[in-house]
Design a protein around this ligand. Structure first.
Ligand SMILES: [Zn+2]
Length: 417
């Protein structure tokens, strides 16, 4: 039975009405509204030949047991940012459930392979600033020591919020038990960017998630009186930072999909009557190709040194965070492209993802993984105006259903070989 896009859309609207308000979706992880969303989701399983359980990190797993324990996992996340959109995450979970329903129906509740749907816990990290909570616990990349003391705006610790949701922080690593027998992972998500809309395409196959180099850069000059210091005598830390802010645009634009962002600039003493003595900036650089990322990083460093010298300042760098590019599985990308082309009737476009997703944590483990993107209107998400045309949502559900079928076919041949 093919997946029914109308039911997915009706479910999404129901969830939005239940867990959103005039400002958008309010399913922030580890809050009562999020729990309500998950209870509502559990209610949608009534009558299906599935079992449901929550792992040690709070991820919810729905299992349709097949003749073989080898599993195809489909999923995304029900949590949202505060004042979020109705599709981010929820589209992937509800489509996954719809595909599972179809497979259960076609196989009289006993498919050749096991099918599982996962709702990852706290993908957004909106409350504690730690994204991909559940999937990183599953992947074993979570750092409990560093995250234990994180607090939300009201001073509640992550540890306490987890305990409130029945999760023991010292046991979240046990979510790794869920990795057993997973043959492939598929995730449908809105693009959250403008690329597909600009190309006039409803769907895209995702090549992987971009690697990130995130640094803080401090320029040191000399504080001086803005009235008495001649221009030629200044050591203006902001001038050096400003030149770098412009230079990173050309550094990024030499590559098709690279992005560089100076998202924060603080000046000291930061008063109207002083030349800036110290300027603290941040730089976020991303690309899917590790060598391009490394090149951009070293180009930015060299440029910062040159500008610092020319402005008679000094510069120091310190890494805030980095992650390597995570490419998805070549065969699954090919199947995703086929599923898209057959559904939309035109050749498929492939693109990297700038944002990280739970799928990246799964792929890091070496589990064959791919994501499918559906166009986001105006490229906007994390906002109540986040939207996708209904005809595109319908195509997305149909194409994802096709991708699941193709992946099951591939699992059969790869098991035989
Ligand atoms: Zn998301």
């Amino acid at each position: 039975m093919p997946a029914d896009p109308s039911r997915v859309i009706a479910n999404l609207r129901e969830l939005a009405a239940l867990t959103g308000d005039a400002n958008g979706a309010q399913r922030v992880a580890f809050t009562p509204t999020w729990q309500r969303a998950r209870e509502w989701f559990a209610g949608k399983l009534t009558g299906l030949p599935v079992t449901q359980h929550r792992d040690a990190a709070g991820n919810v797993w729905v299992t349709l047991r097949g003749a073989s324990p080898r599993s195809l996992v489909l999923g995304s996340h029900l949590d949202s940012v505060p004042n979020g959109g109705w599709l981010d995450g929820a589209l992937g979970v509800m489509t996954a459930l719809e595909v599972l329903c179809g497979i259960a129906c076609d196989s009289n509740g006993r498919p050749p392979f096991t099918i599982r749907v996962v709702d990852w816990a706290d993908e957004e990290g909106a409350r504690f600033g730690r994204s991909l909570f559940g999937s990183s616990a599953f992947a074993g990349t979570h750092s409990i020591a560093a995250d234990r003391a994180r607090t939300d705006r009201d001073g509640v610790t992550l540890e306490a919020a987890l305990a409130g949701s029945g999760i023991e922080i010292d046991k979240i690593g046990e979510a790794a038990n869920e990795r057993k027998n997973i043959a492939a992972y598929l995730e449908l998500h809105i693009e959250q960017g403008p690329v597909l809309e600009r190309l006039g395409l409803p769907l895209g196959a995702v090549l992987g998630t971009k690697g990130v180099e995130r640094h803080s850069i401090t320029f040191h000059g000399q504080e001086a009186h803005s009235g008495s210091t001649p221009m030629a005598d200044r050591r203006d830390a902001l001038a050096a930072a400003a030149r770098l802010a412009l230079e990173i645009r050309s550094i990024a634009m030499r590559h098709a999909d690279a992005v560089c962002t100076m998202g924060s600039v603080k000046t000291f003493p930061g008063i109207v009557t002083a030349v800036v003595g110290r300027c603290e900036a941040t730089l976020d650089q991303r690309d899917l190709d590790a060598s391009i990322l490394a090149t951009m990083y070293s180009e930015a460093q060299k440029a910062s040194q040159l500008f610092a010298e020319q402005e008679r300042c000094t510069v120091e760098w310190s890494r805030i965070w980095s992650i390597e590019p995570i490419p998805f599985h070549p065969k699954l990308i090919e199947l995703c492209r086929e599923a898209i082309a057959e559904t939309q009737g035109t050749p498929a476009h492939s693109l990297p993802s700038g944002p990280l997703h739970d799928a990246a944590e799964v792929a890091r483990l070496g589990i064959p993984t791919v994501m499918m993107f559906v166009q986001s209107l105006h490229g906007i998400s994390h906002n109540k105006i986040e939207d996708t045309r209904e005809e595109h949502l319908r195509l997305a559900v149909a194409a994802f259903d096709r991708l699941a079928a193709k992946t099951l076919g591939w699992m059969k041949t790869s098991a035989a070989s």
